[in-house]
Design a protein around this ligand. Structure first.
Ligand SMILES: [Ca+2]
Length: 207
């Protein structure tokens, strides 16, 4: 079953064990799939380092039909990065089981027009066991060496859709929540626009 838009399901796959024909639950698995065809209302947009003195910079994360890698719409991020450090991201929480370790795979497509090899921005995509509140929380994946190419599009003028993926092993705390983030960290002053699409997240109980 596939629904356009957001789909978060718990799949308790059943299978035979040995030759006794007994049935036991398979690993606890959750999936989120979002092509942003119906907007981004399943997500909340957040920002940090988004003011010059007290003046907010211009940014928005909105549904867009300007380009898509799947279907006809995507999630568009515009940031006027006058702070040289803005971090803008979409966030969604998923309730799972407390104090349990999961394997998480996050894949998505990023459209970037950053063809130069300098002044690239950083890609924020991660899963955390608590709500990201601090700068360190939000950029922890970048600090960890995720997506070292940042927003580099391979040196092509104009937008290029780039498949991205990240695999993480993560243990929940007693709240039993996972927080997914998807966005950009502007590391050079200037205005830029990016698009995200074809997001797929799989969370599987670690054996
Ligand atoms: Ca789409």
């Amino acid at each position: 079953m596939f629904r356009i838009g957001i789909l978060a399901v718990l799949i308790s796959s059943l299978g035979s064990v040995g030759c006794s024909n007994s049935i036991s639950p398979g690993p606890e698995t959750y999936r989120i799939e979002d092509s942003f065809e119906n907007g981004i209302s399943s997500w909340t947009a957040h920002s940090l380092d988004d003011k010059v003195d007290t003046l907010p910079i211009d940014w928005h994360f909105v549904p867009s039909d300007e380009m898509a890698s799947q279907g006809s719409r995507s999630a568009k991020l515009y940031m006027e990065n006058l702070t040289d450090a803005a971090k803008i991201w979409l966030e969604q929480a998923l309730e799972v089981t407390p104090n349990k370790t999961y394997s998480v795979v996050i894949s998505f497509d990023l459209a970037s027009a950053d063809y130069g090899e300098v002044n690239l921005f950083e890609l924020l995509a991660n899963v955390l066991p608590r709500k990201p509140l601090t700068r360190d929380d939000v950029v922890s994946g970048v600090r960890n060496g995720d997506f070292p190419e940042g927003t580099y599009n391979g040196g092509v003028e104009g937008y290029v859709w780039l498949p991205k993926s990240l695999t993480r092993e993560i243990t929940t705390n007693r709240d039993g929540q996972l927080y997914f983030i998807l966005g950009i960290w502007g590391t050079w002053e200037g205005a830029r626009t990016y698009y995200f699409d074809n997001l797929r997240i799989t969370v599987t109980e670690h054996p």
